[in-house]
Ligand binder design. Structure first.
Ligand code: V55
Ligand code: FE
Length: 491
């Protein structure tokens, strides 16, 4: 194996690099609920070639776009293809890796100077019948949802000026508008951020630029019905360090986590900055909402310091995952006061990969789901994914009663992020769908799609559909109901 013997390339993370198409899969247990008909798109990082600037990180792995299609007849098709980014093509033609350290063009082979370096490995985004593969450091790549072929970089019909687009957008469930931002929006390590929204048809309505207090790793953001919230982690980029062939990110334990809040249809000159705790980290927001008392609430998964081992190492921090404190928290800011403080309310145990029903986006909601670790797990977690360990539990938070219920995976099992599928039955909470990996021994895995009744996680999965090919861990996914998928692919 030519890849270095680091966690990023071993075990479940061992590169696969195979484009696969398997049709007509059937459940090994249970039946697929009639509600679950559509396309589960998944972003799967998988490096085409071994890095030459080691240690490198899984965040640099080439993106693959995968689709688990739940057909009308109750069978399942599984497909996966590389996203053919300009970087993928240049390296494919050269037959070797040409891009060096994570987001550091000063470490690249001179032959790729000026070539777009994004790897499109983070989230498949579906809006107005358009499928995009995204990574926060560059433009989105448009994908043909039927063939999974790469169409090319997407700039909203020539309208977008921002050089970067986040992998985490928000879609209002009633207006169907899509809210988007970018950071390092006009160049490497810049403090300039972009913010734009589109109408329900995907047409760009308004794009604005603003200067953030510092160049931050802004991985996700949230909207409410009234506000847009930009969460700036105290993880920063410095052009001088990057020019010196150093790391892109350095985590700053003494810097406050900042929140920028503005009216969601407003002007960026109206952003107010609030200061949360120092040195904490959070990558994913579950949801946010504005209450009539003028407060804005944001629910997210916070860790005491940054979780990524390579960013810890580059920042002189050494906190192994088992020692990492933190939890699921609600952060509240008060727009009716002049104070710039953030009120922190604990909500639940640590975890990540939050999921809500699409109808709840930006609303005062009652149910949320997320992945976590089973504290009573027998044996070590399945190693894999961008942070190093797979999740072993799935939790459901009821914000009305405060109760948390959940399901623990059997030993030697790990899971990726879920998607939520709505139910047509009134009062039914819908379904959660995810890929589960079972480690049978060194380098031996079984993979399957599991489906849970979202309102009854302790009952365990209602269906398992084995996928008979080696799968690498997914980052994020997106569910597209069948009617929308068929309309978009009919042409
Ligand atoms: C994350 C993932 C990325 C990335 C930066 O989950 C942050 C966090 C898969 O790519 O480039
Ligand atoms: Fe993410």
């Amino acid at each position: 194996m030519p890849f270095p013997a680091t966690l990023d390339y071993m075990g479940l993370n061992k590169p696969v690099g195979q484009e696969v198409s398997i049709k007509g899969l059937k459940p090994s247990e249970g039946t697929i609920p009639a509600d679950v008909r559509g396309a589960f798109f998944r972003a799967v990082p998988d490096p085409q070639f071994e890095p030459f600037f080691v240690p490198d990180t899984a965040l640099s792995d080439d993106g693959m776009i995968s689709r688990v299609l739940f057909n009308e007849d109750g069978t399942v098709d599984y497909d996966i293809k590389y996203v053919q980014t300009p970087r993928w093509k240049a390296e494919h033609d050269a037959g070797r890796r040409l891009f060096g350290r994570y987001r550091n063009p000063y470490t690249n082979d001179p032959s790729v100077e000026g070539v777009e370096g994004t790897v499109s490995n983070t989230t498949p985004i579906w809006h107005a019948g358009t499928l995009l593969m995204t990574k926060e450091d560059g433009p989105a790549m448009r994908i043909d949802p039927a063939t999974l072929d790469t169409i090319g970089a997407y700039d909203f019909g020539g309208a977008l000026k921002s050089k970067t687009m986040t992998a985490h957008v928000r879609v209002d469930p009633e207006t169907k508008e899509m809210f988007v931002y970018g950071y390092e929006a006009d160049g490497l390590c810049s403090k300039t951020m972009s913010y734009w929204w589109t109408d329900a048809q995907g047409k760009l309505v308004r794009e604005q630029f603003f200067e953030a207090p510092f160049c931050s790793l802004v991985h996700d953001f949230t909207i409410t019905q009234d506000h847009a919230i930009f969460p700036l982690q105290p993880t920063t980029a410095d052009l001088e360090i990057v020019k010196d062939k150093g790391p892109h990110w350095v985590h700053k334990p003494d810097l406050e986590y900042h929140l920028g809040v503005m009216p969601r249809y407003g002007d960026v000159s109206d952003i107010r900055w609030f200061k949360g705790p120092k040195g904490v980290s959070s990558f994913h927001m579950m949801n946010a909402f504005t209450t009539p008392d003028g407060k804005v609430h944001m629910d997210h998964h916070v860790t005491d310091t940054i979780a990524f081992p390579h960013i810890q190492a580059d920042s002189g921090i050494n906190v192994p995952p088992s020692m990492l404190g933190g939890g699921f928290q609600r952060w509240t800011v008060d727009l009716s006061s002049d104070s710039d403080t953030v009120e922190v309310t604990p909500l639940g145990p640590p975890g990540d990969m939050p999921r809500i029903a699409k109808k709840d986006e930006g609303r005062n909601y009652s149910i949320g789901y997320y992945c976590s670790m089973d504290p009573q797990m027998k044996g070590p977690p399945v190693m894999g994914g961008v942070v190093g360990a797979m999740f072993s539990a799935l939790l459901r938070k009821d914000f009305v009663t405060g109760a948390i219920s959940g399901y623990n995976l059997p030993p030697a099992h790990g899971m990726s992020e879920t998607v939520h599928v709505a139910s047509s039955e009134p009062g039914h909470e819908g379904w959660l769908v995810a890929i589960v990996d079972h480690e049978l021994g060194p380098d031996r895995y079984e993979h399957a799609v599991w489906i849970w009744n979202a309102g009854d996680l302790p009952a365990g999965p209602v269906t398992k559909i084995p996928i008979p090919t080696r799968m690498r861990p997914q980052v994020h996914g997106w569910w597209v109901p069948m009617a929308e998928y068929r309309t978009a692919t009919a042409a």
